[in-house]
Design a binder for this molecule. Structure first.
Ligand SMILES: [Zn+2]
Ligand SMILES: [Zn+2]
Ligand SMILES: [Zn+2]
Length: 314
């Protein structure tokens, strides 16, 4: 595919000062970012900028996983800071392909970038968007991290529940959920340190929450045993999605973490497929009302996921 870098530049009108902005929506009570320079992103270029990190010596030749600045940052300091996390030097090696020791390196990148950004920003968002149909613009497998100076809406709402339960003297809602889902029909991964389940309020059919059993608020606070179990679970889970989708499942993976010790670290996996080869779109009810329609019951999809996971001996 041709390099379309700068392809939109002439058609995109930009204010003289095109610095990214953080905007508050008073009607919805949430922030959004505006960053016109991102229109110039390299989209599915033939020359991979991440492979070039190795070939040009930007990182040492034996580097297997690394962090680089985002060349098209959605935010700039002090509003935010944007990085790319490269999972492997191999251009075609996806997260699902990683061995547990390789996935452990990715967990290590999440820890490193958290420690670097957490002292300066309210929130450290680490995630992966995997799949061209949902906006992945570089094929080379990678994740991203933004340090941002605000609390994004979903974390603000989760944190509000934590605070409410604390006021009521009920304790952490994530710890309570973990205990509840341990017994239920929606559980899919029953680890020593992590519990994986399809939440009762899943928006996507195969949506999975991986909750750390121990109350701890961020990735850098994981013990090495907790990190290692996470590294073995994540690629297995994505391979199970791929089996159910009968192709590479497009998915989003998000670390929900905060420095506030009252928060409870968990990982949200949002696989976008709803059946082999079929996608769930965030269409009108979802996008215009934030009213989600899930074409399935979580316990049924959890049963399918358990079967897909057991097809593979851990
Ligand atoms: Zn590459
Ligand atoms: Zn907790
Ligand atoms: Zn969450």
């Amino acid at each position: 595919m041709a390099d379309v870098d700068n392809g939109n530049e002439t058609r995109t009108k930009m204010a003289p000062n095109a610095e990214p902005r953080l905007i508050w929506d008073p009607f919805l009570g949430e922030y959004l970012a505006q960053a016109p320079t991102r229109m110039r992103r390299r989209e599915l270029t033939s020359a991979c900028p991440f492979c070039a990190d190795v070939s040009t010596g930007r990182v040492p030749p034996d580097t297997t996983a690394w962090i680089r600045p985002n060349d098209f940052p959605a935010l700039q300091p002090p509003l935010g800071d944007c990085y790319i996390l490269i999972y492997s030097a191999d251009h075609d090696r996806t997260f699902a392909d990683l061995t547990p020791p390789e996935a452990m390196q990715v967990v290590g990148l999440w820890q490193t970038i958290y420690e670097r950004l957490a002292p300066h920003y309210t929130t450290v968002m680490s995630w992966e968007t995997c799949g061209e149909v949902i906006g992945q613009t570089q094929r080379h497998p990678h994740g991203q991290t933004y340090g941002i100076s605000i609390l994004p809406d979903v974390l603000a709402r989760e944190m509000a529940l934590v605070e409410q339960r604390e006021t009521e003297g009920c304790g952490c809602p994530f710890c309570a959920e973990c205990e509840e889902e341990q017994r239920g029909s929606r559980q899919i991964l029953d680890g020593r340190y992590w519990l994986g389940f399809v939440p009762p309020y899943a928006r996507y059919p195969y949506q999975t929450r991986l909750t750390l059993r121990r109350h701890q608020s961020h990735v850098a606070g994981l013990t090495s045993a907790e990190a290692q179990e996470l590294a073995s679970f994540l690629p297995r889970l994505i391979r199970a999605y791929n089996r159910l989708y009968e192709d590479a499942m497009p998915y989003m993976l998000a670390l929900h973490q905060l420095a506030d010790p009252r928060f409870h670290f968990h990982i949200e996996l949002l696989p976008v497929g709803r059946a082999p080869g079929k996608l769930k779109f965030a269409a009108s009810t979802e996008s215009a009302w934030n009213f989600w329609l899930n074409d399935s019951f979580p316990e049924d999809k959890a049963a399918e996921l358990r079967d897909a996971l057991t097809e593979e001996i851990p």
